[in-house]
Write a protein that binds this ligand. Sequence first.
Ligand code: BTN
Length: 251
Amino acid sequence: MTVWPTRTGLDVFDRIDSTNEEARRRVAEGMAVPFWIAAKRQTMGRGRQGRRWTSEPGNLAATGVFSIDGSPAEAALLSFTAALAVADTLTALAPEAEVAMKWPNDALLNGGKVSGILLESLSADGPAGLVLAIGIGINLEHHPDPQDTNWRPTSIKSETGRAPDFDFALLVLADSMQTWLDVHRRLGFAEIRRHWLARASNLGKEIRVRLGQKTLHGRFRDLDSDGALVLEGPSGTRRISAGDVFLPGDT
Ligand code: BTN
């Protein structure tokens, strides 16, 4: 049964600048964690690597705020945990479509980018541990114009013919996140890594990775125990900690 996680707050906005920004304000005001902030529309949605994230009505923008034990490097691995929660959410909302993961934390639906995750630290390591904002955008109904992205964007509606209900999508996401956070807490990143690799797109195949102005070509070999992508290229094997992956078919 899908249920809202216990003792977890929720505020839903019709319109807000960014759910990650609202989460930051709430934590600064002393709001108790965990909680979720969700919005039907964001006017200043943020993406990875300083990009904008467009959030139109019909899509889901949500940020879960959690307190985490462990170092900042360990906390960063939660983006993979969140990606598995998104993958399960997509499977529940679009069971007929194919769900896959793209490094570091994108979820693909039938090969198109349908979701993005932006993890931000909201507090320094304190007695309550690190406070993390895990911001998630899911294209339920709309997606950006493909001309504005270097990969194929998609939405659940484009792949299945219907857009899921906002409230239901949020409920499934919060429930899945709780499940995967519990897995991470009990069994550690090794278990998350195992599940992530089982759903990884293009594992063992040729990919491109863009690091700033530089593009590397190679075979996607592995996800290492620190969350780095292991790329086997013509001049040897490299571990990549930050960048954008491009799959065959992306521009
Ligand atoms: C990406 O670039 O792929 C990450 C996109 C993350 C977007 C989400 S939408 C909810 C939350 N609020 C934001 O401003 N960004 C994240």
